[in-house]
Design a protein around this ligand. Sequence first.
Ligand SMILES: [Zn+2]
Ligand SMILES: [Zn+2]
Length: 259
Amino acid sequence: MRVKLVRLAIISVSLAFVCVGVSNAQNLVAKKPSIETIQVSENIYMLRGKGGNVGVVKGTQRTIIIDGQFARAFNDIAAAIKVITPHPVTHLINTHYHSDHTSANEKWLEQGATIIAHINTRNALAAEISATGPNPRLPMLPVNALPFVTFTEQLTLHEGSENIEIVHFPKAHTQGDIAVFFPKSNVIVTGDLYFVGVTPFIDTQSGGTYQGYLLAMKSILDRADQDTKIIPGHGPLTNKSTMQRDYANLQEFDPTSLD
Ligand SMILES: [Zn+2]
Ligand SMILES: [Zn+2]
């Protein structure tokens, strides 16, 4: 049975300058972003605003964030992080290149953060700088705000007793998506490899594919158990059973119906 999923369609990137899709586009011009802080585990928090969700890791002497949202939300995000921890943001992980996750890169660089991403994410951001990339209308980042550390398959950060595993999932939402796993805290940050309750946007012009997206969701689900806290790219903090429901719906979705 072919299922028509709610609200968002798999749409061409030429129609959407960020990955939240057309139906949310008006929200992106909201005057003042308000940030909601959700404690996920002892040392991990989620910040929710108008762009992609932000993961915050409260380290013993440092702070690591996963995605930095919009540049215009920087002051609000920074203020929310200061409530969580006095330690500076030393590392910023970009889950993929879309601007609702990366356009604050320069602001975080100015704060001293080292930016980490998959090599394909760096290349996509660099292509935009040269205006030859898939989204030349996006605001351009300066070269220094491109990721400083890149990898091809997997990278592990070690904060206290937590091994933070950053894993690449090819040809999914884009060509450079990563998810971040916290085995000790039993938390997963999916980036835009998961949108809660809606059909995901798949950036086919940047190498995203429907099949790759399903494979990524399945791999993430395989690493989760019933107690895992899942921070999605967009939507509320969630869990394995909700993600399994959305995965099952997406499996029945016929992407060719949109051709
Ligand atoms: Zn997004
Ligand atoms: Zn995205």
